[in-house]
Design a protein around this ligand. Structure first.
Ligand SMILES: *[C@@H]1O[C@H](CO)[C@@H](O)[C@H](O)[C@H]1NC(C)=O
Ligand SMILES: *[C@@H]1O[C@H](CO)[C@@H](O)[C@H](O)[C@H]1NC(C)=O
Ligand SMILES: *[C@@H]1O[C@H](CO)[C@@H](O)[C@H](O)[C@H]1NC(C)=O
Length: 362
């Protein structure tokens, strides 16, 4: 070989290793999903292997918030479901146009190299209406959508919004233009006690009336119902009670959040599987709050402190998800899909199946 030939030979090796090799058993499973489904079941996955137990006959999109898992991508594609990246960036950084373009290019290239089907933008930062960050965010969503649609045909760009458009947690975004600029918005109908303005007491993570009011507010802004995916919680909050009134009200520590004196940060987030292991042996057993349309229970910890636990179960979830069909929303989803008990125990299997089914109303 002449030195020239060696050079050509070496560079061809480099090109082969640079090219993205499909990790799936069948190369066609690396092709991105192109068809649009009428109804979205939008699933957040936070890592691990419990995705193997999802009800894949209903899943349409998996937002992969854990480590990249090629096996998950291959499996989702074999089921006709999309897998999308997580996108988050400091808003102050993307005020600058070239920084924004750089970020978008990086995400498109990452999605291509990992054979992903889009991106879920999860920016939960505060932004004042009319600020530089406010406009930057809208541009970010618009430009990300344009770039993904161009570079990965059929890809999906979604954006996560709070349970209400009314500046929740000081997120005063341009919701109308954001919704218009992407394929769908995932409404995070949970953490609804992030800013408690009344009594500092334990309450439901996603009270029914408050949850549905949030959707009414989005729809009143003339956001297309086909852009809205209802996000329901598969977790709840365990609150230690400072004191516990005769009628079962649990007063919680004051933990301020973004201008509010109290918040759900006084409690600890717990998975539905955790709830199910404790509710039967609790002081109260499962109780139901008629006003908030949510289950809860009280228990005593080893130090003798009373806790009140608020959560969602198939009964409270289906009451909310019924609204999806009623208003013709784009679909439904949850934070997050990993946290059910997917073990082989018959009781656990039944509980998990009921949680998946509750996504489709009562
Ligand atoms: C743009 O990004 C650079 C780093 O790449 C950073 O130093 C700079 O502050 C950013 N511009 C703005 C306006 O934030
Ligand atoms: C419980 O504590 C809160 C806050 O310290 C107080 O406002 C409330 O009156 C107390 N309630 C009872 C029943 O002790
Ligand atoms: C998966 O969902 C479908 C549609 O709701 C349902 O018919 C089926 O029973 C579910 N599968 C399991 C294992 O629960």
């Amino acid at each position: 070989m002449s030195p020239n030939h060696i050079l050509v030979f070496l560079s061809s090796i480099l090109i082969v290793s640079w090219a993205d090799v499909c990790p799936c058993e069948r190369p066609e499973l690396c092709q991105q999903i192109r068809d649009q489904k009428d109804f979205e079941v939008f699933v957040f996955d936070v890592g691990g292997k419990t995705w193997r137990s999802y009800n894949w006959s209903v899943v349409t999109t998996v937002a992969a918030f854990g480590k990249y898992d090629a096996e998950l991508m291959c499996h989702a594609h074999s089921q006709g479901a999309r897998v999308v990246l997580k996108g988050d960036v400091p808003l102050a950084y993307v005020v600058d146009q070239s920084n924004r373009t750089g970020w978008i290019t990086e995400k498109v290239n990452l999605a291509k190299s990992q054979f992903m089907d889009g991106i879920n933008i999860d920016v939960e930062q505060a932004a004042d209406q009319g600020s530089a960050e406010y406009f930057a965010l809208t541009h970010l969503v618009k430009e990300t959508t344009q770039a993904f649609h161009k570079e990965i045909p059929g890809s999906q760009v979604s954006f996560d919004v709070a349970w209400s458009p009314k500046c929740i947690d000081n997120r005063c975004y341009d919701y109308v233009n954001i919704a218009e600029s992407c394929d769908l918005v995932f409404v995070m109908s949970y953490d609804e006690q992030s800013q408690i303005l009344g009594d500092c007491i334990a309450m439901a993570n996603a009270p029914q009336a408050q949850t549905l009011k949030g959707y009414d507010e989005y729809l009143e802004m003339n956001i297309d119902p086909k852009k809205l995916v209802m996000g329901v919680p598969w977790y709840g909050y365990d609150y230690p009670c400072l004191n516990f009134s005769q009628d079962g009200v649990c007063y919680i520590a004051s933990v301020p959040f973004r201008g509010a004196p109290c918040s759900d940060a006084a409690g600890k987030q717990k998975a539905y599987s955790w709830m199910m292991k404790r509710v039967d042996a609790s002081l109260s057993g499962r109780l139901w709050d008629d006003k908030q349309q949510a289950p809860y229970f009280n228990y005593e910890d080893p130090q003798g402190q009373i806790h009140q636990v608020w959560y969602d179960d198939p009964e409270s979830i289906c009451l909310k998800s019924s609204y999806v069909q009623w208003k013709g929303l784009r679909g439904v989803g949850m934070w997050n899909a990993n946290i059910l008990d997917y073990s082989d125990h018959p009781v656990a299997k039944q509980q998990s199946a009921k949680m998946w089914n509750a996504l489709f109303g009562c």
